[in-house]
Unconditional design. Structure first.
Lengths: 111, 115
């Protein structure tokens, strides 16, 4: 079972570069999420998509954009990467009332 | 806004012993879900156990059980017969049953298991 798949798993960027994290789920879930996890902290919500065609800001949206391409895919874009965006990024998905399932994480380092 | 508090940054347990991880939360809602996630060094987020607030019975999954005290807004995780593979970060999380349902996480408890 694939579940939630994120790519790339590891990425090193230079300050000012842009990149897109890709996420796809095969569970027919309506809602998708992007979280980031910094050392010593829990996961914080960057953006979410409650359903296909909608996106909204979470707790820490600055410096990011998202696209809900279709029901399966939800991408996260860093337009101009900064060292403060060095983190582990998690994509997740769920249906209403059900458990949220996570991808394996994407380790991003901005130098 | 809902908040989740894990007051134990780190806990230690010996193999085969029992350990309890604490979690409290703050909410004005009456219907919600609570979760414990395990995060091993690989960083993968693994669901351990889930509790619906409307259920009075505490959830159990094999060696893992919870003590859900709704009035006290407390949701502790008990791990029985601890194993080396239980060593990980454990995160408590809250999810509203109404409106948009995002997860709100605590800061985590690192569980160390010694032989």
């Amino acid at each position: 079972n694939a579940g939630v798949t994120q790519t790339p798993k590891f990425q090193v960027l230079k300050t000012g570069q842009s990149m897109t994290l890709q996420c796809a789920q095969d569970m027919n879930h309506n809602s998708m999420y992007w979280y980031r996890q910094d050392p010593g902290m829990g996961l914080r919500l960057i953006y979410y998509s409650a359903s296909e065609g909608t996106t909204d800001k979470g707790e820490v949206p600055n410096g990011y954009n998202v696209s809900r391409l279709n029901k399966r895919e939800f991408s996260l874009r860093l337009e101009s990467a900064a060292p403060s965006q060095t983190s582990v990024y998690f994509c997740a998905s769920s249906n209403r009332g059900n458990t949220i399932y996570f991808g394996e994480g994407s380790w991003l380092t901005v130098v | 806004a809902q908040t989740v508090t894990q007051s134990q940054p780190e806990m230690s347990v010996q193999e085969a012993e029992t350990v309890t991880l604490s979690c409290t939360y703050d909410t004005s809602e009456s219907d919600y879900y609570l979760f414990w996630y395990k995060q091993p060094p690989s960083r993968q987020m693994i669901l351990v156990i889930r509790q619906e607030a409307y259920k009075q019975q505490n959830a159990t999954e094999n060696r893992f059980s919870v003590n859900f005290q709704k009035a006290a807004k407390s949701f502790s995780l008990k791990i029985s017969d601890s194993q080396l593979g239980d060593a990980a970060m454990y995160f408590c999380a809250y999810r509203s049953a109404e409106g948009f349902q995002k997860l709100v996480f605590g800061t985590g408890t690192r569980l160390l298991v010694s032989p």
